[in-house]
Design a protein around this ligand. Sequence first.
Ligand SMILES: Cc1ncc(COP(=O)(O)O)c(C=O)c1O
Length: 475
Amino acid sequence: MDSVDIFRKEAHKMVDWIADYYADIEKYPVKANIKPGSVFSAIPDSPPLEPENMQQIFSDFESIIMPGITHWQSPGFFAYFPANTSFPSLLAEMLSSALGAQCMKWETSPAATELEEAVMNWLRQMTDLPDNFEGVIQDTASTSTLCAILTAREKATGFDANNKGMAAYAGMRVYCSSEAHSSVEKAVKIAGIGRDNLVKIGTDNTFRMDPALLEKAITLDIQNGLSPVCVVAAIGTTGSTAVDPVEEIARICSKYKIWLHIDAAYAGSAFILPEYRYLLKGIDQADSFVFNPHKWLFTNFDCSAYFVKDSESLVNTFKLVPEYLRSQIREHVNDYSNWGIQLGRRFRALKLWFVIRSYGLNGLQEKVRHNVALAAGLKSWIEKQANFELLAPVEFGLVCFRFHPRGIDDINTLNALNEQLLLAVNATGQVYITHTKLDGKYTLRMVTSQTNIERSHVEHAWNLIVNTAASIHTI
Ligand SMILES: Cc1ncc(COP(=O)(O)O)c(C=O)c1O
């Protein structure tokens, strides 16, 4: 396979395979339906000693790997939040793989660094974030949130916790709502702040953080000699896309000089639409903001856009320049390995550039609006079905609901019924939906943010759910 001619031949075949895959994607069962361990047991225990030809490898890919794939790009995929891709993004990923550049510093690929700075400026403008925010691409929102909490920790200690370790700085406190993503908890564990110092603030009946409870918790901690360092507010919680009241939370953070990080992992893409920007009121008081173009901006996983107001603090938190990485050019360019955890970095900016240019802002707005309209349509169908009910407001492209036949009000019975419904619907292979619990209620979640989703797909999924519900419980 070292010959460029063989590569050319095989690559053409694979591009054809990829095009066919997308053309036929709806023929695959959306959720992989294999027995645990079956792929592992089909793989030889030891690696081959001699070269194998691509035909054989590819044939095993089709027979062993493909049955174990869940088809995230299928328009029948309504699960979790999506990890969207698109053809322009795929093309850029091909080029990025081909270049194989490791873009840790400006010198190691100047174009990668400079394109990253440029496309992050584009994204900032597209989402109307404040001009004094600077962006860097991280792998995931979990990493971005960890960077925010580490920077908050360092800023609060004059960048000294990095020197002395956390034993010298006990009693730090971080706050988020009880609906915040588990990545916040992971970050406080990793940052050495400790899970016991993550204060989960209660929410109102639409799952938004209650700012009065936040201020109460902060003042109590200060009275007890503890040090509040960071609040993580969510715009679009994972369970129900609830939006914490940013303006009120920002006011509290400013008052007590606490770092405010905003986790908009999924919903942040909606800010390319002016009609959503009222939710950003108070953002100028925030310190950092993350959203994932890999969730809802049609850009291959992984690509997380992390914006920070005070990039100097971010760099001071992470910067280390051992001799073997020293170079002459420092002043006018960014070395993004100092803007986060890992040294080595993929060339991720390329796919964002391809996507933004291929669709244009108008094209991206049209796609996101279309996804939002599909969720609104599903919401209206649920409202018309007497035996179903919505369990949370529909803000973006997520609809939370449950089957609630008349006469059944016991929560355990309803939870069991909805779990049975979810399993039965997913077993058809036509759609894949997931669940959460809201107020203890087993909740079906459907996300209508797929790249290639049309009204017919949502309609089909909804009819399937209604008919399956009727078959497991006589309505
Ligand atoms: C609100 C929120 N934050 C963070 C995450 C974690 O995202 P990532 O997989 O990019 O770490 C998710 C994932 O769905 C999320 O919904």
